[in-house]
Design a protein around this ligand. Structure first.
Ligand SMILES: *Cc1c(COP(=O)(O)O)cnc(C)c1O
Length: 444
């Protein structure tokens, strides 16, 4: 499989090159040259396949020419080494729990797959690669954990001091080995600016090979398709599900749509957004895309004002608005509704949503209310559809909002308890690029 740049000013490249580069030289996102079609009997018999087999079969065409089968098999096995349960919450809504990975958020799958790919592509180089990443909370933990122990790769994470939740901070600062956490006396924007400056600094790039773990990387984006296959494998209903995806940068939902276009039955996609409503406005305005400044919300992993992967969604539909709007709807859910949703679902069904899952839950209900009884523009016509919402983070990562809504402390899951026995290890740093540069230059 080759990948072209969506800006169409750079040559096509292999999966390996797209993964190592991240972004094309013309600053475009890489996109697969064709979308593989899955054999019909694979979908029909999906229950007979293991997670590892599904992962291998789905990913194989995308990495062809870059990863030998045995390497892909090993990478997939390590990537999906935890559960992805579909839990029925009430009569119509099912939660696909994507928070059973090591850092309790769905980014684990993409980060684990990408880190192992980069480790493999770098296997014959004597050069140590340094992955430099700024985080507001979730990404850093997933990237740190994904790269933990990967040979030839050092990871340096910048996070804003005092601005990540306690669980998030422990996940960032207790890995050890090849992972170093820099605790920056500043905001997330400061951290991001320092990282950007580092990539642009000639002297620094001459001394060390810097790589980014950006969320637009094909090796992070493509494996997210697997969630949708795992969901379908557990789906017992006769009609295909409506799937509601809490969306910020639109990488996850875009991967779901890709899975659908390759043959996975899905009735409709709901893009669930918080107050950052660029995409809901795109739909209500008939296809007018207007990026905005991001605003802070309770579902902060989706505080994005210019979703970088949406251009990939458009590409999947040939940039035709009618085709996009037939397959996808979008809703914006504010913080008050998010809290009320957490409270209502907890009281009615005893299920604890995190703020991101709550946005998706509410958007799914809105969609069903709008279109559920009969949808004439979609074949086949389906009555009272049942839906899946993606629960992308464990509620314990957002304890304040969840406790405010339910009045209860969030129970700490067993796989987090061990974190509280560990000691935070971070290097304090001012929010100045020169300090970062000096520190990077003086490392051995
Ligand atoms: C990153 C993230 C999202 C948004 O996913 P995108 O692929 O950026 O749309 C949603 N929920 C959680 C918990 C996240 O960490």
């Amino acid at each position: 499989m080759n990948y072209y740049s969506l800006n169409r000013q750079s040559p096509t490249v292999s999966f390996a090159e797209a993964a190592v580069k991240g972004q094309a030289p013309d600053k475009g996102l890489y996109f697969p040259e064709h979308i593989p079609q899955l054999p019909a009997n694979f979908i029909q018999d999906i229950r007979q396949y293991s997670k590892e087999e599904i992962g291998f079969l789905v990913m194989k065409p995308y990495v062809a020419g870059s990863l030998p089968d045995d390497v892909l098999q090993k990478i997939v096995k390590e990537t999906v080494d935890f559960e992805f349960p579909l839990v029925q919450v009430n009569a119509t809504n099912f939660s696909l729990e994507l928070f059973h990975g090591p850092t309790l958020a769905f980014k684990d799958v993409g980060a684990r797959f990408m880190s192992r790919c980069l480790g493999y592509f770098n296997r014959n180089s004597n050069n140590h690669v340094t992955v430099l990443v700024a985080t507001s909370g979730d990404t850093g933990g997933a990237v740190a954990n994904g790269f933990l122990g990967v040979e030839g790769v050092d990871v340096v994470i910048l996070y804003p001091s005092g601005k990540v939740s306690p669980v998030q901070e422990l996940q960032l600062t207790t890995c050890g080995q090849n992972i170093t956490a820099l605790e920056v006396d500043g905001s997330f924007d400061d951290c991001q600016a320092m990282v950007k400056q580092a990539f642009a600094d000639a002297a620094l790039n001459e001394k060390i090979s810097l790589t980014s773990a950006n969320s637009i990387n094909v090796a992070r984006w493509l494996p997210q398709q697997l969630y949708y296959f795992f969901a379908f494998q557990q789906w017992q209903e006769t009609t295909p599900p409506v799937i509601s995806v809490p969306s910020g940068n639109f990488g996850n939902i875009c991967a779901g749509i890709l899975a659908h276009i390759s043959g996975l039955p899905v009735q409709h996609f709901v893009a669930a957004c918080n107050a950052n409503d660029v995409i809901p406005s795109y739909f209500t305005s008939g296809g007018n895309y207007q990026p905005k400044q991001a605003v802070a919300t309770l579902s902060n992993a989706m505080d994005v004002g210019n979703p970088s992967n949406f251009i990939r969604v458009l590409e999947l539909f040939g940039n035709q608005f009618p085709a996009v709007s037939k397959a996808v709807s979008a809703y914006s859910v504010d913080d008050e509704t998010t809290l009320n949703t957490i409270k209502d679902v907890y009281e009615a069904d005893g299920y604890i949503l995190d703020p991101h899952g709550a946005v998706a839950y509410h958007a799914l209900c809105e969609y069903v209310k709008d279109f559920g009884v009969i949808r004439t523009d979609y074949e086949p016509v389906i009555h009272n559809p049942k839906g899946i919402f993606l629960e992308t983070a464990h509620p314990v990562k957002f304890p304040e909002a969840v406790e405010k809504a339910t009045g209860q402390a969030v129970p700490v899951p067993d796989n987090v308890k061990h974190l509280f026995d560990k000691e935070k290890q971070s290097i304090k740093m001012s929010a100045s690029f020169n300090d970062l540069k000096d520190w990077l230059m003086s490392r051995k």
